[in-house]
Design a protein around this ligand. Sequence first.
Ligand code: ZN
Length: 406
Amino acid sequence: MKKFLKSGTMILLLGSLLAGCSSKNELAKNTPLTEKQPPAETTKSSELVVEKGTPEWDLQQITKAVDDNDKALFMSYQNEENVTFFKEQRRWMDEVEFKKRQGYTVSVKLYSFHQENDAIATVRFSVMMSHPKLGSTTNTVAYQMIKSGDRWILNDVPFEKMVSDSGHLTVYYPKGQETAANQTFKDATDIVDFYSKKFNWKPQPISIKIYPTSNEVSATVPWLALGGWNEIGESLKITTALSNTIFRFLAHELTHKMVGEMANDNATIYFQEGFASYLEGTVVRDSSGQVTYEPKLAQEKAAKAMEASNSVKTIAELGTIDYTDPEGSMYRDGFLISNYLIETKGLPTFMKMLGYLSKFDYIDQRSEHKMDTCQIRTLEAIDSTYGPVDKVSAEVQNFYVKGSGQ
Ligand SMILES: [Zn+2]
């Protein structure tokens, strides 16, 4: 699940309206636009013969694995002992394959290999992505590589870590990002504490990785551009490019983690993004710094969203929409439907609907990759909690479009 950064005007407009997504402008101001481009392609004739057993050979194998969708080869260059990173890299490769099926082109370039000693090195890992409708980006992250047998393999960003006394919360941060790490640690502790009490959530251990730029987060997923990320089985990731967005990003992504755990990861992306945008907009720090819940803020945002466009998609329509939707309907319309159900039927019933989904087994895939199955299961949860789905969709139209909600 993600926090979008996209060039579509609609999203930008929505971003500021729903305050759901961190608006591009906000981050762009602080993100160096001149990301150093990977070195240009070498021409065939001048191509160097790369010897097996050299770092160049290993970098070339990783590039080739991505081009050929060769998961086994790609995973053979990931550090298996770094368990969470290894899982994230497996999901990274699944995402590349999924994105190519959605019409993206995805390729990587590894360069600036710098050996620190016989066993440790760093490398720049650039991901070039392009989609006919959504644009293209080059996102780069600096990874550590370690020597394993006769080859150099990837071993995540060389993170420092901050662990809570209970060992339940760990924040991973690059050297020099101590201030952002402390803020992330404090905000995450307070939000998890608030969500646990309010929603009776007993969280699994929480691993949060922070990155100075959205560019770096995006390269590790991979995604065109995003500010935050969460999927069951992977670390929660945010950019800390702007300190005033850290709390909001965490409120959003921790909602995904909570819903994922409570629904055995069977909730659709429109309820995940809708409810995450809802809590991101209503869970704030009050004047004394305490975390609090302000439902009125959601009603204000809903009114603004309806000013921008007087329509709401039906639940059936939303079930067919994935993240290539240029309007980002899973955010806006997902938010409006979640807000309607919470405002008219109450938050406890909404959580009961999500809880109903825990009866289904867990599917070890990213949410977008199993969205059809999640839709079938979520329709059953809606029907069992609120009654016929079409009736609920009609009520939502009535509430927002025909203005019965005003
Ligand atoms: Zn999200």
